[in-house]
Design a binder for this molecule. Structure first.
Ligand code: LMR
Length: 402
């Protein structure tokens, strides 16, 4: 009975890791998945994370008991404060419910399942065009109709197509979910300005839309945890119904530990117990309860002023290295005379650069130079090092002129 199951296509991002690993070339460079790498191209465990892990391992009171379905309470409270702000009106009015989630993807998955069950299984979901390639998968797997796209990026100017975005969202039916990247839009690295966010908020409010903020890069866009939460906090202050997903994969480097949170913010309080009970029921049937280790690490850092400050310093360093690589890549492309304007590489923010390379050019980079990036021309800036930046720039030149 399993013999006729068709093979699924490889994942647009994770599939590249598999190809990269099996490539024997000594020159190979992985600019695919968004994972921070050190100046030597190595994975990075934040020193403050390492210390907390050691302390947990040495603490005889550390156990491997189950967490409840909604996860570690302290972690949930601290996560909600991190994204909404410690003095959020949502806390004062008891309008928010937070559960631990399996990183950002898990937050989306639980959130969309909740939408399908308690709004409607026909709820329309709008995602930006382009968006993180997994958004559309999660929407469908959660039992909702295929996601629709709203205009987001102007390929001519390299900026947010705010007029197109507002026009498309104005046409969305009331009650639709709008996926918004809180900061450091993936893959374009182009975020709305504060004024543009105000226009988005207005159309969301007037049209009765429900935002679902995906926050995978808090601290990576501007280097400031506060500034990167501005959009979410502005929408919460407006008192609307919304969902907020968070991930600690990038900003604490806890990728494989799957540490994240989902917060449901209601326009009116009064139903938190019911909302929490339903989220717990969804989680119980999906994976019972979330893993404990990463949440304990994150909670220890978030809840301790000294370690929090150390974490912020680490974040700034990671963001700085990425910005430095942007300058170096642009510099190398200018120096080697690659045709075109490469200013967008330094103007974009977050972990990625949306280079503008076509799918055919991306193929050439892979086949001829063993440089891996997603087919939409996105590169993970953190995958570049001083040693590889010129090699990559020269390969880009060849791809552009070929
Ligand atoms: C990415 O976009 O590369 C990251 O968010 C990793 C992932 O899971 O796709």
């Amino acid at each position: 009975i399993f013999g006729t199951i068709p093979e699924a296509p490889p994942d647009a991002i994770l599939g590249l890791n598999t190809q990269y690993r099996s490539d024997p070339s000594p020159n190979k460079v992985n600019l695919g998945v968004g994972a921070y790498r050190t100046a030597d191209g190595q994975p990075y465990v934040l020193p403050v994370v390492r210390r907390v892990e050691q302390a947990l391992a040495d603490d005889p009171s550390t156990t491997h008991e189950y967490l409840p379905q909604d996860g570690l309470k302290e972690f949930c409270n601290l996560s909600a404060s991190l994204i909404l702000g410690a003095h959020s009106p949502a806390f004062a009015d008891r309008r928010s419910v937070t559960v631990q989630a399996l990183s950002g993807t898990g937050a989306l998955r639980v959130g969309f399942t909740f939408v399908a069950r308690f709004l409607s299984p026909q709820t329309a979901v709008y995602i930006p065009k382009p968006s993180w390639s997994n958004h559309k998968n999660v929407v469908v797997q959660s039992g909702l109709p295929p996601a629709k796209e709203y205009r987001y990026f102007d390929y001519g100017t390299g900026a947010v197509d705010i007029n197109g975005m507002v026009e498309d969202l104005t046409a969305a039916p009331a009650g639709s979910i709008v996926v918004l990247h809180g900061c450091a839009h993936n893959p374009t690295g182009a975020d709305p300005s504060h004024e543009q966010w105000e226009r988005v908020l207005q159309v969301v409010q007037e049209g009765g839309l429900v935002p679902f903020f995906d926050n995978a890069y808090q601290g990576f866009a501007s280097g400031s945890l506060e500034e990167d939460a501005w959009s979410v906090r502005r929408f919460v202050d407006a008192g609307i119904d919304m969902l907020v997903g968070q991930s600690y994969a990038k900003n604490m480097g806890l990728y494989g530990e799957r540490v994240g949170a989902l917060t449901v913010v209601s326009s009116e309080g009064g139903n938190n117990e019911a909302i929490l009970s339903q989220l717990k029921a969804i989680i119980r049937a999906m994976y019972s309860n979330p893993p404990k280790h990463g949440a304990m690490v994150a909670a220890a850092i978030l809840g301790h002023a000294g370690m929090f400050a150390e974490w912020e310093e680490e974040l700034r360093k990671m963001a700085d290295r990425i910005r430095d690589m942007r300058q170096k890549l642009r510099g190398a492309l200018v120096k080697n005379g690659t045709p075109g304007n490469w200013d967008h590489i330094v103007n974009q923010i977050g972990m990625f650069s949306f280079t503008g390379l076509t799918a055919a050019q991306v193929e050439l980079m892979k086949n001829k130079y063993h440089i891996y990036m997603t087919s939409n021309g996105r590169i993970s800036m953190a995958g570049l090092t001083e040693d590889t930046v010129e090699y990559v720039a020269d390969a880009m030149k060849d791809a552009v002129v070929s």
